[in-house]
Design a protein around this ligand. Structure first.
Ligand code: ZN
Length: 120
């Protein structure tokens, strides 16, 4: 079981995860998703968990991507793996890096995706 710092208990506490409907604003659009939220096992309050938060953001970004016909983070990751492109080290011409297009990046417009497609 995972341990996270609880600001109410002022101590590291074991947490459990619940599903909760949350709305994230992505490029001025509201994206409602079912988030994973950590709750302190001792006091029952919600606590911040960076991994869960990153996963929730990724889900919101992916919902935006699907809505706008963009590649999802999993599709981008599959393309990177197929062509052996790793995120941190691949700087491409024209100040174009793959970092922005990774699993955690905000969705980008079709121009950037087209540019990515032309490079690989
Ligand atoms: Zn607590």
């Amino acid at each position: 079981m995972k341990t996270v710092f609880c600001p109410d208990c002022l101590a590291d506490r074991k947490v459990r995860y619940i599903r909760k409907s949350e709305t994230f604003i992505v490029r001025d659009e509201a994206m409602e998703i079912e988030s994973n939220v950590a709750k302190c096992n001792t006091c029952g309050n919600e606590v911040f968990d960076m991994e869960a938060d990153a996963s929730n953001l990724r889900a919101a970004y992916d919902k935006y991507r699907v809505r706008h016909g963009l590649l999802t983070s999993k599709q981008i990751e599959a393309i990177r793996k197929k062509y052996g492109l790793s995120l941190p080290t691949k700087n491409l011409p024209g100040n174009f890096t793959l970092n922005r297009y990774g699993s955690y990046g905000q969705p980008v417009g079709c121009f950037h995706i087209l540019r990515l497609a032309l490079l690989i």
